[in-house]
Ligand binder design. Structure first.
Ligand SMILES: *[C@@H]1O[C@H](CO)[C@@H](O)[C@H](O)[C@H]1NC(C)=O
Ligand SMILES: *[C@@H]1O[C@H](CO)[C@@H](O)[C@H](O)[C@H]1NC(C)=O
Ligand SMILES: *[C@@H]1O[C@H](CO)[C@@H](O)[C@H](O)[C@H]1NC(C)=O
Ligand SMILES: *[C@@H]1O[C@H](CO)[C@@H](O)[C@H](O)[C@H]1NC(C)=O
Ligand SMILES: *[C@@H]1O[C@H](CO)[C@@H](O)[C@H](O)[C@H]1NC(C)=O
Length: 501
């Protein structure tokens, strides 16, 4: 409740801010800086999509500069939706999503030998059907920075407000996109931030402020939403996945009274049971329980390699194994810290020391313990939401997501049904509300999804779908999935997309 109250206070200031921003936009010294990027080192030839990068100041003093990558839709940018995407982490650079996620490029997975890692096109980029702004936020993430030390101090409410300011100023400096349908998107930790931003946008619309956001809704993947629900759900997740015995599960439920967080001191039998569970699960890769647990490539101050020499000294303690997904982080790190790359991206010299994909030293206040109320408010205002989950994520397990969605008490329009692709089950879908719907979709296949569906247009990891009634994606080569949204009166989903954290 506190967060909501605080939020209203923050919101009131924006009216004043808006006036200041209008002045700013007409004075050339502080117009947001943006550049068109025609080619990128490591990618052969000119880029076959339109990429713009730039900085936008998001605070009153113009100290805090958010860096962004804007990829214009490769479909019909005039009509396609515009989406602002916030990468999770917390604090992971938006470039993660652009280059190893939903964006138009991928890294060629070639063993690093000191040369610049090379890029290729992602055939399943969401930018085939939507224009997407990928941001580095807060200051200290990716290429975003602050001119003052205090600008690095941040918290969830402030960050959401800064992202809202960013969006407002971005639209004012790109007026041709103001009328496009607007969506917000994110995953994992983005589940906390996006609803806060969405609420600011909704309030701005209600107050009749400029710009007139054509805001339609938001999409979230394995979103952290309610710390208690989400973090409590990993014990039942472990049980449902067959990782712990029934007897232990029954015992832990009773001894811990189904509250598994912070219970170690309370009751020794509860603590013993939790330890027994941890013993069974701690060696798993909790981001994807079927993938090997690899060395995490953090590249933070402490464990940093910067120069090429130390990078080649294998095995280094933070050097991921080649087979691992985290190997991408190493390629990204080496690419983004290359001087020619930074020149191509129009990075302002001297603004950051080392680009780190997911820094862990941002002075950020974790404030929200639950954003369920925000979902409720947004739903009652008629905004759409697509909540999708992968069933192998143990950090934000789908079980917690189902629990909080159920707590919204939104009537179910269509119950679980298989989601077919090429006649194979790719997942299940559950459509919740009326025509303005909150929709949740859960994959039900286990290993089948990875073997039979592994190299197609849908996910290779836990997330089997991210579909399209929220914003329509153009069909590519694959046949369409089942017409799951007809019952909810939503637009027809057109394609599965690949989504990799
Ligand atoms: C590294 O490998 C790439 C691709 O095989 C090659 O083009 C490049 O010359 C190599 N660089 C070095 C320094 O060996
Ligand atoms: C722990 O909780 C269980 C179930 O409520 C109870 O039977 C047991 O006596 C408690 N143990 C301790 C040490 O408090
Ligand atoms: C479940 O999540 C909590 C909080 O993040 C963590 O402390 C605990 O170790 C996790 N338990 C398992 C079995 O993964
Ligand atoms: C993977 O893609 C290749 C090339 O398109 C295709 O021949 C193969 O059948 C696909 N495998 C699966 C499991 O879909
Ligand atoms: C899906 O459902 C919609 C709404 O009922 C309908 O207009 C559309 O033709 C259907 N598409 C397919 C492929 O069945």
């Amino acid at each position: 409740m506190d967060t909501i109250r605080h939020f209203t206070k923050v919101f009131k200031c924006t009216y004043i801010h808006l006036f200041i921003y209008c002045l700013i936009l007409f004075s050339d010294s502080v117009v947001p800086s943006s550049s068109i990027v025609k080619s990128l080192p490591g990618f052969p030839g000119p880029l076959p999509f339109n990429l713009e990068t730039g900085y936008i100041a998001v605070d009153e003093k113009e100290d805090v500069q958010f860096f962004y990558y804007f990829v214009e839709s490769e479909g019909s940018p005039r009509d396609d939706p515009l989406m602002l995407w916030f990468t999770g982490g917390p604090f992971c650079s938006g470039f993660s999503s652009l280059a190893i996620g939903i964006g138009p490029i991928l890294f060629n997975k070639i063993e690093y030998n000191g040369s610049l890692p090379t890029l290729t096109l992602n055939p399943n980029s969401w930018t085939k059907a939507a224009s997407i702004i990928f941001i580095d936020a807060p200051a200290g993430s990716g290429f975003s920075y602050s001119r003052s030390l205090e600008g690095y101090q941040t918290g969830e409410l402030l960050l959401a407000h800064q992202i809202f300011n960013f969006l407002k100023k971005w639209l004012l400096s790109h007026p041709k996109f103001i009328s496009n349908p607007l969506y917000l998107g994110g995953q994992s930790y983005g589940g906390i931030i996006i609803p806060l931003v969405a609420q600011e946008v909704a309030k701005s619309i209600e107050a009749g402020h400029t710009p007139k956001f054509n805001f339609r809704g938001y999409l979230l993947g394995n979103p952290l939403t309610d710390l208690n629900i989400d973090w409590n759900s990993n014990v039942s997740f472990a049980h449902r996945m067959g990782l712990i015995p029934d007897e232990l599960y029954e015992a832990v439920k009773i001894t811990c009274k189904e509250q598994y967080r912070g219970n170690y001191d309370k009751n020794s039998s509860c603590a013993n049971n939790l330890n027994a569970i941890l013993h069974c699960t701690e060696k798993l890769n909790d981001q994807h329980i079927l993938e090997p647990k690899c060395t995490t490539y953090t590249a933070n101050g402490k464990t940093e390699f910067i120069n090429r020499k130390s990078l080649l000294e294998k095995p280094s303690p933070d050097f991921p194994e080649f087979e691992c997904r985290s190997y991408n982080s190493l390629l990204i790190h080496s690419w983004a810290n290359n001087e020619a790359v930074q020149r191509a991206l129009h990075i302002q010299k001297g603004t950051i020391e080392t680009w780190i994909r997911c820094p862990d030293n941002v002075p950020h206040k974790f404030q929200a313990t639950s954003v369920i109320l925000y979902h409720q408010h947004l739903h009652s205002r008629g905004y759409k939401a697509l909540i999708y989950s992968g069933d192998h994520d143990m950090l934000v397990p789908y079980i917690g997501t189902q629990t909080w969605i159920k707590s919204l008490n939104i009537p179910i329009v269509s119950t679980w049904r298989p989601w077919l692709v090429n006649d194979q089950i790719a997942g299940v879908v559950d459509i919740q509300p009326r025509s303005t719907g909150l929709r949740s979709a859960f994959p039900c296949s286990k290993d089948g999804s990875r073997t039979t569906l592994s190299n197609s247009t849908y996910c290779t990891e836990t997330i089997i779908f991210a579909a399209a009634s929220v914003f329509p994606l153009q069909p590519q080569t694959d046949p369409r999935p089942a017409n799951i949204s007809a019952a909810a009166g939503l637009a027809e989903p057109k394609q599965f997309v690949r989504c990799v954290f």
